[in-house]
Design a protein around this ligand. Structure first.
Ligand code: ADP
Ligand code: MG
Length: 568
């Protein structure tokens, strides 16, 4: 179709728009960062498709972003010669939200502006942020490779709908025009726009250009000239030397690659040489994304080959249990036409993946073992957001199991607090004389585990017990049977052997008690013959009269409950 169509936004878009305009107003200048980020992504996509189809460049291979403004028309324009959009793409990408976790996001909104602003940031604001400063946005775009007559004009006032119509667009790519709201004139300034670009977008690898302004002596004002100047450094940030990059630039780059709004917790940047040559710039986010538990979700690593963008979410580059890591890996060895299938088999990819895994673990160790409180606090944040995911590594990554085990944190009877802060090393440091095992209790919830009758004897003897109540714990424990030579032992299993923790007098008393209750136990065995395998006298209880235990080699009660709940 060529005629003008009016289409409604997906309901969520309208909601998001409303919310964004109100909650992000105090941070409104980020609209420019978002639009430049999209322009840069569009250039990356063109370079990628151009590898196998050079015709897409249409004799215009100098990819760039141009920012301009018009004081009289009160508009700002952001133009790129990237991949552009077809009519269908414009309708889909600028009229709906295709992100996973969208439903979750909307269900978490509270109506409290500050809280919602943080949530939106986490969700990613993107293109629609233009409406914070504009009451009308016009997008002229043409997809690379389509004829000039298949250009599209998309326009909206950010209320419930938008229009699309065919236009002639000789230049490939996208030009976005923001018609500023009445009170947004501050952005109609060369100085203002340049400083926003330098602040948020310096790391963008292609040039961001503006027309130069010069002082006109006669008119006594600055006038726009025909010369252009490049505002940013225009080189891939990860390819620069570490000492030439400021912490702020690292943070802004993170926001660009991760579509996150908040600063990351930490990052690592290295050039690796040797058998395989690559650069890695990896970040740990400060907050879990909405789709952390989405099984179909791919990783957060962008793959480049010799500076050319190859793909988002290259899941082969990072093990699943480190899927929260974001960043860029740029390989010097992989072929430019590498596909997802090829990645699976590549030896180079294997080397990169092993190297990156080690890097991420070191990064976490640095936080966890740091003497500075601020860094330690970061580890606490990390653990609260991603600890359960890291635990998957115990089963998934046999090579690094010991390193991962050291990074684990648990709740424990030491603090009797649900906060997971105790490491195995902490536990071992507090072990009683004669104690040679690490004791743990599992449970459906912290409260249930904490009040388990199995803990009575341990509490009485002052022996610490780790409380494991995350869904993944039982599964993890099936791969983790010891730490530092000390057996991990459930307090609920079998004939609990407290070993040297029991003294001779206690042992003697136990034997006598067993004889004394022999007849009662025999009667109970008969009475419960179809319900219990065995009935025993126990010394592990101090207040409760009885408790259930499972055999040494059987599934724990908690795991059986979980399997039952899962319909097994
Ligand atoms: P995100 O960048 O996180 O995907 P955005 O809201 O910023 O989300 O953008 C939505 C989509 O619109 C992009 O994924 C892209 O497909 C399309 N898009 C936006 N800006 C451009 C552009 N300048 N060129 C081509 N496509 C674009
Ligand atoms: Mg974007």
């Amino acid at each position: 179709t060529t005629e003008k169509q009016t289409l409604g936004f997906q309901t969520e878009v309208t909601q998001l728009l409303q919310l964004m305009i109100h909650s992000l107003y105090s941070n409104k200048e980020i609209f420019l960062r978002e639009l430049i980020s999209n322009a840069s992504d569009a250039a990356d996509k063109l370079r990628f498709e151009g590898i196998n189809n050079a015709a897409l460049y249409e004799e215009d291979s100098e990819l760039k972003i141009t920012v301009g403004f018009d004081k009289t028309a009160r508009t700002i324009t952001i133009a790129d010669n990237g991949i552009g959009m077809s009519r269908e793409e414009a309708i889909a990408h600028l009229g709906t939200i295709a992100k996973s976790g969208t439903k979750d996001f909307f269900s978490q909104l509270s109506g409290d502006q500050q809280k919602d602003a943080a949530l939106i940031g986490q969700f990613g604001v993107g293109f629609y942020s233009g409406f914070i400063v504009a009451d009308r946005i016009t997008v002229d775009t043409r997809r690379a490779g389509l004829p000039a007559s298949e250009g599209v004009r998309w326009e909206s006032e950010g209320a419930g709908d938008f229009t699309v119509e065919a236009i002639d667009k000789p230049q490939r790519g996208t030009t976005i025009t923001l018609h500023l709201r009445a009170d947004q004139d501050e952005f109609l300034s060369d100085w203002k726009l340049k400083s926003i670009i330098r602040k948020y977008s310096d790391h963008i690898s292609l040039p961001i250009q503006m027309q130069k302004e010069e002082w006109d002596e006669e008119k006594k004002e600055s006038v726009v000239t025909t010369d252009v100047e490049t505002i940013n450094q225009a080189s891939a940030l990860w390819a620069r030397n570490r000492n030439e990059i400021t912490p702020e630039q690292y943070v802004e780059f993170y926001k660009h690659v991760s579509h996150d709004f908040e600063a990351p917790l930490t990052y690592t940047h290295n050039r690796v040489e040797g058998r395989s040559e690559y650069t890695q710039l990896l970040y740990i986010p400060a907050r879990a994304p909405f789709d952390l538990w989405d099984r179909n979700k791919r990783g957060g690593i962008k793959l480049y080959v010799k500076r050319v963008f190859i793909m988002d979410d290259a899941e082969q580059l990072m093990p699943v249990y480190l899927r929260f890591t974001k960043g860029v890996i740029d390989s010097n060895d992989l072929p430019l036409n590498v596909s997802r299938e090829l990645l699976q088999e590549s030896r180079d990819v294997k080397v990169i993946r092993e190297g990156s895994t080690k890097r991420v673990l070191s990064m976490l160790e640095e936080l966890a073992n740091n003497d500075e409180q601020a860094e330690k606090d970061k580890y606490v944040t990390f653990w609260n957001e991603f600890g359960q995911v890291l635990k998957e590594g115990i089963g998934e990554d046999a090579t690094n199991k010991d390193r991962i085990a050291k990074l684990l944190r648990f709740s424990s009877t030491q603090t009797d607090d649900s906060a997971q802060t105790v490491s195995f090393a902490d536990y071992i440091g507090r072990m009683k004389e004669g104690q040679d095992k690490i004791y743990y209790a599992t449970g459906e919830s912290f409260i249930a585990a904490k009040n388990s009758p199995h803990l009575e004897i341990f509490r009485k003897k002052g022996v610490e017990v780790l409380l494991m109540t995350d869904r993944v714990d039982e599964w993890m424990l099936s791969f983790l049977t010891e730490f530092d030579g000390k057996e991990l032992t459930s307090v609920a299993k079998g004939g609990l052997d407290l070993g040297k923790l029991e003294d001779e007098a206690e042992k003697k008393q136990h034997e006598e008690t067993e004889v004394q209750y022999h007849d009662l136990v025999a009667k109970m065995k008969t009475a419960l013959s179809d319900k219990a395998k065995d009935v025993r006298v126990t010394f592990r209880l101090t207040d409760s009269p009885a408790c259930l235990v499972v055999d040494e080699n059987e599934l724990s009660g908690n795991l059986m409950r979980m399997l039952k709940a899962a319909g097994q």
